[in-house]
Design a protein around this ligand. Structure first.
Ligand SMILES: NC(=O)c1ccc[n+]([C@@H]2O[C@H](COP(=O)([O-])OP(=O)(O)OC[C@H]3O[C@@H](n4cnc5c(N)ncnc54)[C@H](O)[C@@H]3O)[C@@H](O)[C@H]2O)c1
Length: 371
């Protein structure tokens, strides 16, 4: 990674050939017009919310952007599937997209995940840019080159690693984000701190994450929290882009989160990814305490901070067998064992820890008793 530390005015970080920018309002305009040169030749992928709330911001800065090249998906996780992918490919084909075309993904993690996948596979790969508009997208989903769609009930089963040519993190988009989406994205920042950067976790654990405090939180995100989280993620993904080694630690909290999310999705009740991650962090911190010695003090601090701000996920005892069944599909599993990334301490994560179904069941029962 080369951090543009010595050149603060540029405000970008790099991950291989992919450049991650942090423009303020004025720099955004310059970036889109001079460096990135968005044009009427670009295709833009957005959802029903970001086309309405974020596209107009780009259009003011780059009036030549062409609405006819705007592909709009229904907002939400349900759309992250093969039929939507087919819709994007077909749109590009009918509009005459070729190897020189570029797809600009303007939205949250659903749009950057599916848009990255669509662009990387259309005509064996066209260029793409991420402009994340949710906190989840900025902190995590747009960084590191993972693209995917869900397959049936199971999250992110089909995808590939593919880096965007540019990522533009513009905090102004957060102004219209619903509070629950804000909170959802915050769970991924907590995860990054816990998995890789104790000092980030310590800063986060001091933040009073109430809606009434939104303005202050935004300034903290912009000044330090987001750059710290992104820098950690870049360092890890630079060393292990394809998730064979230490990158798996970014899955801390996610084995259980994905299973809970898939359970609710299959019942037609979508829950926020970050809320599932918050539940997963509590369960996996509990397992970390039992299996690899995370201190009771640290476990308690993680648990109480998350419980203070995140809603409890209301699954029933009867659902636990289904959650375990879904966990068996987790991509990290090997040779029939359920493997998790767990913490020995905040900022210190160990991957591929074998976990028995019994201990996972106990952690889910523990979580249930907290609500
Ligand atoms: N690729 C990765 O490394 C990675 C990492 C984390 C999460 N993800 C994926 O990201 C997805 C979750 O991301 P998400 O929470 O951003 O979901 P999302 O894309 O569904 O966005 C959440 C909601 O916020 C709306 N929204 C987005 N930006 C807005 C804005 N500026 N103003 C108003 N509304 C806005 C969207 O329309 C949507 O309704 C999941 O599918 C998850 O698997 C991927």
């Amino acid at each position: 990674m080369s951090l543009a530390e010595g050149n603060k005015s540029k405000q970008y970080m790099e991950l291989n050939e992919s450049r991650i920018h942090f423009p303020n309002e004025i720099q955004l305009s310059d970036l889109l017009k001079k460096d990135l040169i968005l044009s009427d030749e670009d295709f833009i992928l957005a959802d029903t919310n970001t086309s309405r709330l974020c596209f107009p911001i780009l259009k003011i800065l780059v009036p030549e952007l062409n609405e006819e090249r705007l592909i709009i998906l229904d907002a939400g996780e349900y759309g992250k599937n093969i039929s939507t992918l087919n819709h994007i490919w077909s749109f590009l084909q009918h509009a005459g997209a070729d190897k020189n075309s570029r797809l600009v993904n303007l939205g949250g993690g659903v749009i950057t995940d599916i848009g990255g996948f669509a662009a990387s596979t259309f005509k064996r790969g066209i260029r793409f840019v991420h402009i994340p508009t949710s906190l989840m997208g900025m902190a995590d989903a747009s960084i590191g080159g993972k693209t995917a769609i869900n397959l049936g009930k199971v999250k992110n089963q089909v995808g590939l690693f593919s880096l965007p040519e540019q990522v533009i993190i513009y905090h102004g988009f957060l102004k219209t984000l619903a509070w629950e989406e804000f909170l959802s994205g915050y769970a991924e920042l907590i995860k990054i701190g816990l998995a890789f950067d104790r000092s980030l976790w310590e800063l986060l654990s001091e933040v009073d994450f109430q809606e009434t405090n939104r303005e202050y939180i935004c300034s903290q995100l912009e000044d330090s929290l987001l750059p710290m989280a992104i820098e950690s993620k870049i360092m890890v993904t630079t060393r292990d882009l394809t998730d064979r080694g230490e990158r798996q630690c970014l899955n801390f909290g996610h084995s259980i989160a994905h299973a809970i999310e898939a359970l609710f999705l299959s019942e037609g009740n979508e829950i926020k990814h970050g809320f599932a991650v918050a539940a997963g962090i509590i369960c996996e911190a509990w397992i970390s305490n039992r299996v690899i010695g995370l201190s009771a003090l640290d476990m308690g601090k993680i648990q109480s901070y998350i419980l203070e701000y995140f809603p409890c996920i209301p699954f029933q005892e009867d659902d636990i067998d289904d959650i375990l069944q879904l966990l068996r599909h987790d991509k990290k599993n090997y040779d029939g064992d359920i493997l998790m990334s767990l913490l020995t301490a905040p900022g210190k994560c160990i991957r591929e820890v074998k976990c028995s179904e019994n201990i996972i069941r106990e952690s889910l029962l523990h979580y249930q008793q907290l609500s």
